[in-house]
Design a protein around this ligand. Structure first.
Ligand SMILES: CC(C)(COP(=O)(O)OP(=O)(O)OC[C@H]1O[C@@H](n2cnc3c(N)ncnc32)[C@H](O)[C@@H]1OP(=O)(O)O)[C@@H](O)C(=O)NCCC(=O)NCCS
Length: 346
């Protein structure tokens, strides 16, 4: 067995150019809008953590070396709530078929298990059977669902996950009866900094039961991400996010934030209506506004994830045309599965 040494990526030791080219060559095939910023983004995140992440907390890029040659790498994203994502596991074409990938997987799984991760997950292009086969057999994953063309038109993805620990299944939450009122006068606008305190309260009140590690830092990152959009527009590598706020008589009633991704999708999360304003048309006004803005920005697909136990969310997103694509096992909190649902905007 050719044994490798694992090292954190280090620019003084490894060639950034070689790494970036490996990313472009392997990942660029099934993913749209991959350029040098994809690989260099991983090098940056490995050094500085995930300064722009919302659900992502930390990032590690590990290189497998033999005789000082890069044989391959594996990158791990630590998420809030105790799960991790394998963002990429790539073996240098010259080192394929020698057990390198298995060693990278073994290292990654040992590393995650020892670090207390509850689960690990990843996605694969559905048209890439060799990679799917490899990941299911060598990584010990199970299929959890699919995503409709998230990163490139014409290329569906599957979500694969492996559980290290399971929680107690969350109880189904049925909505309370809808009030008979005619609905409220809702105004939706782009986020302004004066709304931040109210948004903070909504997020910290609603999310922690279903999402781990939701704190003031999460809310600050929502704010900073929107500021990056205001200053730089949609520049994927800067991870901008766009926040809309729904108000009733000047009071903040709901918030939605969407993150444009490479390849034309945008992730809508969080999307929340404060409990005292629910079931009165606030969520509908907010999502309609967000969809029309996303369309203007040329986003072709919006997707959202919500706790599977929330029946009100199932009804709301079904009514608005979001097709459920996956049920992800306990990604953000023990016992709370998430439904991913998406809608094509054009
Ligand atoms: C899901 C949510 C965004 C919807 O926003 P909303 O302002 O309440 O929704 P609207 O009033 O615009 O209602 C639109 C649709 O939502 C669903 N809905 C809303 N309230 C409902 C209720 N009390 N009973 C059944 N369906 C309901 C229905 O599909 C409704 O369509 P209908 O009017 O044809 O029945 C909002 O209720 C929310 O944030 N809920 C919290 C969900 C949650 O707890 N998530 C976990 C914490 S993060």
């Amino acid at each position: 067995m050719n044994s490798m040494e694992m090292q954190r990526f280090d620019e003084n030791r490894h060639s950034s150019r070689e790494f970036i080219e490996m990313c472009n060559a392997s990942i660029g095939i099934n993913y749209g809008q991959i350029d040098n910023s994809f690989g260099s983004g991983m090098i940056e995140a490995n050094k500085f953590g995930e300064p722009y992440g919302l659900y992502s907390k930390n990032f590690e890029l590990w290189v497998g070396e033999k005789d000082s040659q890069m044989q391959g790498f594996v990158s791990l994203v630590k998420k809030r709530g105790g799960s991790s994502k394998i963002k990429a596991l790539i073996v240098n074409p010259s080192a394929r078929g020698l057990g390198t990938g298995s060693q990278l997987y073994k290292f990654a799984m040992d590393q995650l298990g020892a670090g207390g991760a509850r689960k690990v997950y990843g996605t694969d292009a559905f048209i890439d059977y060799p990679t799917i086969k490899y990941d299911l057999l060598k990584g010990g994953f199970e299929i959890e669902g699919s995503l409709r063309e998230p990163y490139k038109e014409g290329v569906p993805e599957i979500i694969i996950g492996r559980m290290f620990q399971r929680g107690i299944p969350a109880q189904t939450i049925a909505p309370t009866r809808k009030p008979k009122s005619e609905g409220l006068d809702v105004k939706v606008s782009e986020f302004q900094e004066q709304d931040l305190l109210c948004i903070r309260e909504i997020v910290l009140n609603m999310m922690p039961d279903f999402y781990g590690d939701i704190d003031g830092d999460f809310v600050n990152r929502m704010n900073l991400a929107h500021q990056r959009y205001v200053k730089q527009g949609i520049e994927y590598s800067a991870k901008p996010r766009i926040m809309h706020v729904a108000k009733v008589e000047g009071q903040v009633a709901g918030v939605g934030l969407f993150a444009p991704k490479r390849g034309g999708s945008a992730k809508l999360s969080p999307f929340l209506v404060a409990p005292q304003f629910q079931s009165s048309g606030v969520g509908s006004a907010l999502i309609e506004d967000i969809e029309s803005h996303a369309k203007e920005l040329n986003i072709r697909r919006l997707y959202h994830h919500f706790p599977s136990c929330s029946i009100i969310s199932q009804l709301f997103f079904t009514k608005h045309g979001y097709l459920p694509e996956a049920r992800i096992r306990e990604p953000y909190s023990p016992g709370v599965d998430e439904i991913v649902a998406s809608k094509f905007l054009k």
